[in-house]
Design a protein around this ligand. Structure first.
Ligand code: WQD
Length: 337
């Protein structure tokens, strides 16, 4: 059984990926500093897969801890999730984002190289495209200047990995550019756990529906879209998790260096108002919302050209928007008021 180091493995996408890794016969070795997660997520993962997982509490910038992990486990590949991801916070605290997101990746890569581990799946984002020149956006689209330090860290991290592959002919990496992850595991045992006021749309919707928030504000309805609200490519987190397994399989069977960026999205867009109406249908309750001003930095419309994920990885999204929103709602209902 191959050991896979999963940094940020107790986070929203990391936890769902640990479940899929085990279902696919891999053994996740998790490191997480619990900066944006809770230790009981580990218990929930173990309950879903009915076995214990190896967990190290700590930070990816801790070289000694990483060296210990590689000493104690023979690591075949790495999935690097650990990063701060709040767009708005990154504008207020850029150094926190550059230090953690870039420093963490560099340290992981350094220790991995010391241990001849050369398979890396990197958690990137469609945010690197900024406002695409055409839609759907494919991987050859121009990488734009990011709207936030968060987005800049994703662009810089991709460049770091590309340079590493250029310098080491046997290094292999896949850069997964996520669109908008939503939903929760079908068991409702794990899901999105935003700390504080959610900045992302779906947790704000489910918290409003659960009575934790007064009402949702739709940030703008005067965009050049079918109903005036922004368009996004919303993908179920379990579909997204499965894409990481396909990426790992691709790297492990590859016998020469590679660095490929791959969009992970459904390939079609939905507007914010469509998401709200779909949520009302699946939850069978009205959502309290109002139209407000645009949020600065928002892209009007972005959704994936998903051809490369099918052709290179043999992966495509399977779970519907309705099921994604129902899973998100069922998860929200398990959380304390
Ligand atoms: C989606 C749409 C908002 C909240 C960001 C990052 C991306 C990834 C996901 C980390 C937008 C609208 C939102 C609300 C609203 N990051 N909205 N009211 O900005 O597309 O992507 O988060 O995983 O890398 O860029 O996601 O969910 O914040 O917003 O109207 O209360 O919902 O304006 O159009 P975004 P989001």
């Amino acid at each position: 059984m191959k050991n896979i180091l999963v940094t940020g493995g107790l986070g929203f996408i990391g936890s769902h990926t640990c479940v899929e890794l085990i279902h696919s016969g891999f053994n996740p070795i998790v490191i997480d500093n619990l900066d944006n997660s809770e230790i009981w997520i580990k218990d929930r993962i173990e309950k879903i897969v009915d076995r214990s997982i190896v967990f190290y509490q700590g930070d990816c910038r801790d070289e000694n801890l990483l060296r210990t992990i590689f000493k104690e486990n023979s690591i075949s590949g790495i999935i690097h999730f650990a990063a701060h991801k709040a767009v708005g916070e990154s504008v207020q605290q850029p150094l926190k984002y550059y230090d953690n997101n870039i420093g963490g990746l560099v340290t992981v890569l350094k220790v991995a190289q010391e241990n001849n581990c050369s398979n890396l799946v990197f958690s990137s984002s469609c945010t690197v495209y900024g406002t695409p020149d055409q839609l759907p956006v494919d991987e050859s689209a121009q990488i734009k200047t990011a709207e936030s330090p968060y987005g800049t860290t994703k662009i810089i991290c991709e460049k770091i990995i590309q340079d590493l592959v250029r310098a080491n002919k046997d290094y292999k990496s896949i850069l997964l550019r996520y669109f908008n992850p939503i939903g929760a595991h079908e068991s409702s045992l794990i899901g999105e756990l935003p700390l504080g006021v959610p900045s992302n749309l779906v947790p704000y919707i489910t918290q409003t529906a659960a009575g934790l928030r007064e009402s949702l504000t739709v940030f703008g309805s005067d965009y050049q879209t079918k109903d005036g609200s922004c368009v996004r490519d919303f993908i179920h987190v379990t579909d997204l998790a499965k894409a990481h397994i396909k990426a790992l399989d691709f790297l492990l069977q590859k016998n020469e260096g590679t660095c490929e960026a791959v969009n992970i999205g459904t390939g079609h867009g939905n507007t914010v108002l469509e998401l709200i109406s779909t949520f009302e249908e699946v939850s069978e309750q009205k959502l309290n919302y109002e139209i407000g001003a645009r949020r600065s930095g928002d892209v009007e419309a972005v959704y994936a050209d998903s051809k490369k994920s099918r052709s290179l990885l043999g992966w495509e999204a399977e779970i519907s928007l309705e099921k994604s929103l129902l899973d998100a709602w069922n998860w929200q209902k398990t959380l304390a008021k």
